[in-house]
Design a protein around this ligand. Sequence first.
Ligand SMILES: C[S@@+](CC[C@H](N)C(=O)[O-])C[C@H]1O[C@@H](n2cnc3c(N)ncnc32)[C@H](O)[C@@H]1O
Length: 278
Amino acid sequence: MTSPPSTEQFLRTFHDHHPGKQSESIRDVLTPGGRTAYETFADHVGSAERVLDLGCADGELLSIFAARGAHRLAGIDLSLNELAFARRRPELANAELRLGRAQELPWDAGAFDAVVSHMAFMVMSDPEAVAAEAARVLAPGGRFAVAVGSGGAEAGDAIELFRSLAVPLFRAARAKGLLPKFGDRRPRTREGLDEILGPAGFAPMAWERITIRHRGTPARVWQDNVATFYEMSSVPADEVARLRERFLAEAEKLAVDGVVPWAMGIDVATTRLVGAGA
Ligand SMILES: C[S@@+](CC[C@H](N)C(=O)[O-])C[C@H]1O[C@@H](n2cnc3c(N)ncnc32)[C@H](O)[C@@H]1O
């Protein structure tokens, strides 16, 4: 077994190879209210003049805050190619987009009213350091909000099918030392988030699960999974080809009029800075 790559090196390489793909696969997927996960998440944050996005990638979420009138927009990400996509968005022409780590933020104390992180805080190493930095750059009473994935939301749908076929391959890749650890369990639970954020000066989290639903062709669901499951990049090409064949054949059986249902749960956690931090 070789030693696994560092989490940040793995994430940087993956996102440099798949820039813009994460938001492309989530953007078309809607909540029952007909809104994207990004819009629903932004609704939970509410209006904010100065917003920082941790793990901003191609700037999809920052664009929504731009449209809602935020004056100061900032984002940080490990991937240069994701940031290049964000820089092409006209609405982000004045945004401060930085290549770097959320554990070491290049902004002054008290610079933001809201610090947000959509599907990114949960994979960050040393979340305590990220929490301490978020607390430092927030103004007193500022909001901190994270969206974390909670996996497939409905039994018998295309995501469950994909997982049942792919997880043994992911386990094998992990056993060979090809995969790092993507965060720990704590940022994916309410208690765990409170344990990380409380010492940095944040109040207990408010927590809500949103379900997003998609009806795509089996080929589209396959493409989205390849772009969003980090583990896929460590599966050998011949096994990916076999997995694809099996997935498409099985997904056809779930299809109605050529499309298969799939649903994903996203937990949205929000809090405010109430103390001076650790
Ligand atoms: C799953 S993607 C989510 C991207 C984006 N927030 C979205 O929802 O479309 C996670 C992102 O977090 C970034 N990331 C992970 N760890 C990071 C860290 N320590 N500092 C900054 N960015 C990080 C990755 O490079 C990647 O772009």
